[in-house]
Design a protein around this ligand. Structure first.
Ligand code: ATP
Ligand code: MG
Length: 383
């Protein structure tokens, strides 16, 4: 079996490894031919991820070279051309389906889909200029985040507002050329006072079977994930209801693959923030802490191999290495710490690696995590 994988970053690297362990050949679509996954995949085409197949009509193209002989296609990121994914779907089965990708690419459509699925979302409104932002502020309030509708990740494309002065400062920056409204507009979202951030990473296959990993608690610093920990205790009814509604929604889309739902816990309620139709950073702990990792289950789902158990093996945590490389000699002093190095050049706020920890008891995990946090600094604020 041959799998086509769009994207060559660390998620692609961990997906390719899981596929190869299952005896599946992988062909990569790499934007620059240099990403983390390329080292595992000599079979790759190099072409932009915003590639428009029509542009290459008439000659041999990266598109044709990529499609040839593939059984199925998947992707590691949602910031790629929907047109490319739709064109591929005419030639080869693509999972998850382009229709769900389209929702996840646009925060406004995404929030509407989550609300329609019966999940609570933060009060929000679309805006695309001064007038519509003023209207949005009236319904959402000034304690808010202005987020671009498209292309945001790791807190990029977000502006924090607290007061009418912040609003004036932001729009003043527009006059000075420092802030520019994106062509597709923004969503203004109320900034919630949440107790915790949580995520649910689960996989659905074509037969309708699910494998849901335990809920994960996540700590972000300056919009970037710093640590995750699982399994965690949750308000039971809220967790069950959220999971059931999400599964119904995935059934209605005949979703195939892994998906993550990010939530805020607010006074015992779970408020949905966003979905990622792919494997997710908050599921990296499953490489060591679950019977089957999110990567293996995603590959199993898209290749029709049947899902593995998503049960936890014990307690696990993950720390992201962001901006500054980790020192392997210091890490070696923390028993059981496993480094996954993405072989990327260090850059401010760039995810370079992650480290997994497993333990049998809560106290042991807490102390190992504290030791690790002392070695690996949290993400720095954006400049
Ligand atoms: P990701 O890397 O997860 O794709 P993103 O850039 O798409 O991130 P969000 O997940 O929406 O953006 O926001 C990043 C972080 O900012 C959240 O994990 C959370 O810490 C904070 N945040 C986002 N929305 C809200 C909100 N409505 N209220 C409070 N905090 C929020
Ligand atoms: Mg997020």
């Amino acid at each position: 079996m041959k799998l086509g994988l769009l994207g060559d970053g660390q998620l692609g690297w961990m997906l390719a490894e899981a596929a190869q362990r299952l005896g599946i050949e992988v062909r990569l679509w790499s934007a620059a031919g240099t990403g983390t996954a390329v080292r595992l995949c000599p079979d790759h085409v190099v072409a932009p991820l915003d590639y428009a197949p029509a542009e290459a009509a008439g000659g041999p193209s990266a598109f044709d070279a990529f499609c040839s002989g593939l059984d199925v296609v998947t992707y590691e990121l949602e910031h790629l051309s929907l047109g490319l994914v739709e064109a591929l779907a005419k030639r080869v089965p693509v999972h998850p389906a382009p229709a769900v990708l389209a929702l996840a690419q646009d925060r406004w459509l995404e929030k509407a889909a989550l609300a329609a699925a019966g999940l609570e979302v933060a009060p929000h409104a679309p805006c695309a200029d001064r007038k519509t932002l003023e209207e949005a502020l009236r319904s959402v309030g000034y304690r808010a985040l202005l987020k671009t509708r498209r292309d945001g990740y790791d807190g990029k494309g977000q502006w924090r507002l607290d007061s009418p002065e912040d609003f004036e400062r932001l729009l003043g920056a527009e006059d000075a050329g420092h802030f520019r409204w994106p062509a597709s507009g923004c969503v203004l979202e109320r900034r919630l006072r949440f107790d915790r951030e949580l995520s649910l990473v689960l996989t659905r296959d074509a037969s309708g079977a699910f494998a849901a990993h335990p809920w994960t608690e996540n700590r972000h610093e300056h919009g970037i994930l710093y640590t995750s920990r699982a399994p965690v205790a949750l308000p039971k009814a809220a967790a069950e209801e959220t999971e059931a509604r999400l599964k119904d929604w995935l059934d209605s889309h005949r979703y195939v693959g892994t998906l993550a739902l990010e939530c805020f816990e607010v006074d015992g309620r779970l408020v949905a923030n966003e979905i990622a139709p792919r494997v997710h950073n908050s599921g990296h702990w499953t490489l060591d802490g679950a019977r089957t990792s999110q990567f293996e289950n995603h590959i199993r789902a898209v290749c029709g191999l049947g899902l593995g158990s998503a049960e936890a093996r014990g307690l696990a945590a993950m720390v992201n290495v962001v901006g500054v490389p980790a020192n392997p000699e210091l890490l070696a002093r923390i028993p059981g710490a496993r480094l996954y190095d993405y072989a990327k050049a260090p850059r401010a706020r760039r995810k370079l690696a992650h480290i997994n920890l497993c333990a049998d008891a809560d106290a042991a995990l807490t102390s190992a995590l504290a030791a690790l946090e002392a070695l690996v600094p949290p993400p720095e604020p954006a400049q």
